[in-house]
Design a protein around this ligand. Structure first.
Ligand code: 5AD
Length: 450
C-alpha cells in the first residue's frame, strides 16, 4: 500500500487534524512514512495565522517538489488546513506539481481523494467547500502498536470562530462556530481513557464559546462548563485542559470551576493581545484592561496556584509608544508565567490589514525585543521560586531533546525533566525541583519517591 507523510505547521488544532487524517489513511490501508523522502504521498498541513507560517509551508513544498521530482517521480503532493482553505486553487496555479488542496471542512475526504489521485481517476483536486457536520468528523485517533500508549489525548470539541478580531484570519479559514454534541465528545474522551490516556485537552479555535448557539445555560453554567463537568465524570481520567479560550468566556461559572473540579488543570491561557484599551477596541477583543485584570484576580482567588500564560501581539497598526507601555505595565501587573509574543502580520481580508499607520518592521522588532526581555525576566523569577519545592507531575514520556530523561508536567503547566525510566510513563509523581532552565524545571524524584 502507498505510504503517506504529513508535516504539520501551526497550532495544536492542526496537530490534531493531522492525526485524524493520518488515522483515516491508516484505516484505508495506507502506511505512515517516516519522512517526505520515502513517502508516496506528502501532505503539508498549513497555518495562515502569520505570513511567516505561510511562507515556510510554501518554501517547504517547493523544495520537496524539487527533490521529489528527481528522486521519486511518482510522488503526490498535497496541502491541507488553513492555507489550503484560504488560498484554494491559487496554490496549484503557483505550484503546478501540487495534486491536492484540502480545505478545513474536508479532512474526512482525504483518503477518497488520495485514492482517486493514485488510481489516476482524477489528477488535480481542490475542495474547500463548507460542509454541514464537518465539526464531528475530526474523531479518529492513531493507536498503533509501535507507539507507546499516549498519556495525553487531544479532542476537538468545536470548529470555527465568530469573534472576528480585526487582525485574525481564523474566521475565514475555519468558518463559523460549530460545536459537537456533549455525548459524542464524552464518548471519544472515554475511549481515549480506556486506551491509557490520563490527561485530555479539549480543542477548538475559541473553546469557551463551545455550544453557545445550541446548548442553553444550565443553573448559570455555560455549555462549555457543562461539557467540562461531563468529561470530569470519566473514571480514570486525571486531568482536563483546554485550548484556546477567549477571556470573554471566563465568566464566574468557569472561574468557579477551577476551585470545584479537581481534574481541571490549574492553568489558564488567557490571550491578552494588548494592554491598551484603545488597541483592544481596534482589535475588537470585547474586553478592556480592567476586565482582564478582574478575571486574573478572580482566578487567583479561586485557585491560588494557577499558572497564567498569554498571547500578545506587538505592533498592531497604530500602536503608539504609550499603547505599548500599557502592554508592558499590564504584564508587570499580571506577572505571566509565560507568554507567546507575536509580531503583527497583516493578513489578507482582515480589517486590520487596511488600517492606517501600519508600523515599520524595525519598530515592531524593537518592541518585540523589549517585551520579550520583560516576559523572560518575570518568567525566570516565577520559575526560580519553584526551586526546593515539591511539585506533582503527570509523566508524559521521554524528553524530546534528551531521550535519557523523562518529561512530566505540573497541573499549572510547567514542564519538569528528571532522570526517570520508562516505567514512570503515565504516573503521577511528586518531584523535588533542584534547578531551573529556561521555562523548564529540573526535578529529582528519587528524594521523594523511594
Ligand atoms: N499577526 C500576529 N499575530 C497574530 N495572531 C493571530 N493573528 C495574528 C496576526 N495577524 C496571534 C494571536 C493569537 C495567536 C494564536 O496568534 O496572538 O492569540
Amino acid at each position: 500500500m502507498p505510504s503517506v507523510y504529513i508535516k504539520t505547521y501551526g497550532c495544536q488544532m492542526n496537530e490534531r487534524d493531522s492525526e485524524a487524517v493520518a488515522a483515516q489513511l491508516v484505516a484505508h490501508g495506507y502506511t505512515l512514512a517516516k519522512s517526505e523522502h520515502v513517502a508516496d504521498v506528502v501532505i503539508l498541513n498549513t497555518c495562515s495565522v502569520r505570513d511567516n507560517a505561510e511562507k515556510s509551508a510554501l518554501g517547504k513544498m517547493s523544495a520537496m517538489i524539487g527533490l521529489g521530482r528527481k528522486a521519486r517521480p511518482g510522488q503526490f503532493f498535497g496541502f491541507m488546513g488553513c492555507m489550503a482553505q484560504s488560498r484554494g486553487k491559487e496554490l496549484i496555479d503557483r505550484l503546478p506539481d501540487v495534486d491536492l488542496v484540502l480545505g478545513t471542512q474536508k479532512f474526512h475526504r482525504a483518503a477518497e481523494y488520495i485514492d482517486d489521485l493514485i488510481a489516476g481517476r482524477r489528477n488535480k483536486i481542490v475542495d474547500t467547500d463548507a460542509e454541514t457536520g464537518s465539526e464531528s468528523t475530526i474523531r479518529e485517533h492513531l493507536f498503533s502498536d509501535s507507539r507507546k500508549a499516549s498519556v495525553t489525548g487531544f479532542v476537538s470539541i468545536m470548529q470555527g470562530c465568530n469573534q472576528y478580531c480585526t487582525f485574525c484570519i481564523v474566521p475565514y479559514t475555519r468558518g463559523e462556530e460549530r460545536s459537537r454534541p456533549v455525548l459524542e465528545i464524552v464518548d471519544e474522551c472515554q475511549q481515549l481513557v480506556s486506551g491509557g490516556v490520563r490527561e485530555i485537552t479539549l480543542l477548538g479555535q475559541i473553546v469557551t464559546s463551545y455550544g453557545k448557539h445550541d446548548i442553553p445555560k444550565l443553573n448559570g453554567k455555560t455549555a462549555f462548563v457543562q461539557l467540562i463537568e461531563a468529561v470530569h465524570e470519566i473514571e480514570g481520567l486525571n486531568r482536563i485542559r483546554f485550548t484556546s479560550p477567549h477571556p470573554k468566556g471566563y465568566g464566574d461559572d468557569l472561574v468557579e470551576a477551577y476551585a470545584r473540579l479537581p481534574k481541571l488543570a490549574a492553568h489558564a491561557h488567557l490571550p491578552l493581545q494588548s494592554g491598551s484599551d484603545r488597541v483592544l477596541k481596534l482589535m475588537h477583543r470585547g474586553y478592556d484592561r480592567k476586565r482582564y485584570l478582574e478575571i486574573i484576580r478572580k482566578l487567583r482567588a479561586a485557585c491560588p496556584d494557577i499558572g497564567i500564560t498569554s498571547d500578545i501581539i506587538v505592533g498592531f497598526p497604530g500602536e503608539t509608544e504609550e499603547d505599548f507601555e500599557q502592554t508592558l505595565s499590564l504584564c508587570r501587573e499580571v506577572e505571566f508565567d509565560n507568554a507567546f509574543l507575536f509580531k503583527y502580520s497583516a493578513r489578507r481580508d482582515t480589517p486590520a490589514a487596511s488600517m492606517p499607520d501600519q508600523l515599520p518592521e524595525s519598530l515592531i522588532e524593537e518592541r518585540h525585543a523589549r517585551l520579550l526581555g520583560l516576559i523572560n525576566e518575570i518568567g525566570a523569577r516565577k520559575y526560580d521560586a519553584f526551586v526546593q519545592q515539591l511539585v506533582r507531575i503527570l509523566v508524559e514520556g521521554t524528553s524530546k531533546k534528551n531521550s535519557a530523561r523523562m518529561m512530566g508536567r505540573t497541573s499549572c503547566n510547567k514542564i519538569v525533566l528528571f532522570d526517570g525510566a520508562e516505567r514512570h510513563r503515565g504516573q503521577i509523581m511528586d518531584v523535588r525541583i533542584t534547578r531551573v532552565g529556561s521555562f523548564t524545571l529540573y526535578g529529582d524524584p528519587a528524594i521523594v519517591n523511594l
